[in-house]
Design a protein around this ligand. Structure first.
Ligand code: KG4
Ligand code: ZN
Length: 354
């Protein structure tokens, strides 16, 4: 049903524990969008890959049908189909990719494999047309932490990344330590709001004043030491009083340290690139304290772009949008393209300052 304004795109996301499908029109308006979070993992305190893959398989048909129904279109009217091809859990990715390829093949439509993190970069633009390059991109999810300079779509200059745990992973692990449920990010945020962020001070890993632009540590992140510092603090507090009562203060101290590191490194990128437009993407972009800290530091002249929490977390709409971008550039794959747990980020290159 291609119109003068462009094609109708179906996007599928199954890289982790959300089964999602969306239909966007030629002007990138979201016509139908379903996100089904798998609660099968809650009892395990983390995502179990085999369970995730099986749950995607059970749910993908209904999720796509409902997204099409919301959009008021049939599958036959869709012009191209995109799916997250990586990175992510291989069994989970295969469900979306195989579904998309089969449907595209049967209908004689193009199939577009999408890099999950490129999808996160496009999410804010679905709600705010001004969320376009140039910008400094801070991608913070359960699997990745990347600081990018994006002069234009498709040109991703990597300034820094995490050397160990991803930011979201740190939120999830600390939440588990504090006896909070999975996913930990929203739980830490909720509990931290009840605490005093100044009662305990935790270290800011990889953030030192005397670092210089020519060291990789200037933009890189590390979160595993912060998690260990929370373990030590919890033990120390446990000797003197009940950890339960101190949980809000510990959660607030952790959130403050993680946010300080993320916001400080993003501001270093703003200074180094002379670009005061920052785009936050990935699940941790839903964190209110992080948004607040970044907009405070950017001040009145800078711009902060982020999607609503629904579009910050994994979703099919951002995948449909990224698929449209790749399609317009001619990056359509043959049906031999497959899912890859460690898919390379297209257009990513090292050394962002030029
Ligand atoms: O992008 P996403 O939905 O999935 C991945 O691609 O990994 O990100 C999920 C991550 C989880 O680690 C979750 O705890 C974190 O995003 N998260 C948050 C918040 N909401 C989700 N972290 C901090 N604060 C939040 N409000
Ligand atoms: Zn994600």
């Amino acid at each position: 049903m291609s119109t003068a304004r462009g094609p109708l795109v179906l996007g599928l996301e199954t890289s982790c524990d959300e089964t999602s499908a969306a239909v966007i029109d030629g002007e990138n308006r979201v016509l139908g969008h379903v996100i089904l979070s798998q609660d099968e993992h809650a009892v395990f305190g983390g995502v179990i890959p085999e369970i995730a893959a099986r749950a995607h398989l059970r749910k993908i048909d209904v999720v796509v049908d409902e997204a099409l129904a919301q959009a008021g279109v049939t599958l036959e009217q869709v012009d191209l189909i995109g799916a997250t091809a990586g990175p992510g859990l291989i069994g989970a990715l295969l469900v979306g990719v195989c579904w998309a390829k089969s449907a595209a093949f049967a209908l004689g439509r193009p199939f577009v494999p999408v890099h999950h993190m490129e999808g996160h970069l496009f999410a804010p633009s679905l709600e705010d047309p001004e969320a376009q390059p140039p910008f400094v991109g801070l991608l913070v999810s359960g699997g990745h932490t990347m600081l990018l300079h994006v002069p234009e779509w498709g040109d991703y200059r990597l300034l820094g990344e995490t050397r160990d745990d991803a930011a979201g992973e740190a939120f999830d692990k600390v939440a588990k330590l504090l006896g909070l449920s999975y996913p930990g990010g929203p739980e830490i945020q909720r509990v931290a709001a009840l605490g005093d962020p100044k009662k305990y001070v935790l270290p800011r890993p990889m953030l030192r004043r005397n670092q210089t632009l020519n060291e990789a540590a200037y933009f890189d992140f590390s979160f595993s030491g912060l998690k260990t510092a929370v373990v030590d603090l919890t033990r120390r507090v446990g000797h003197e009083q009940s950890v339960g009562a101190e949980r809000p203060n510990i959660a607030a101290a952790f959130q403050e340290a993680a946010v300080d590191v993320l916001a400080s490194k993003a501001m270093r990128a703003v200074e180094a690139t002379q670009c005061d437009r920052v785009l936050l993407g990935g699940g941790v972009a839903a964190n209110l304290r992080l948004r607040e800290a970044l907009s405070e530091r950017l001040g009145a002249h800078g711009r902060l772009f982020h999607a609503s929490p629904r579009l910050s977390l994994d979703n099919g709409a951002m995948i449909a949008r990224a698929a449209r971008f790749r399609y317009d550039r001619g990056d359509v794959s043959g049906f031999d393209a497959s899912a890859s747990a460690g898919l390379e980020f297209p257009g990513l290159r090292q050394g962002g300052i030029s």
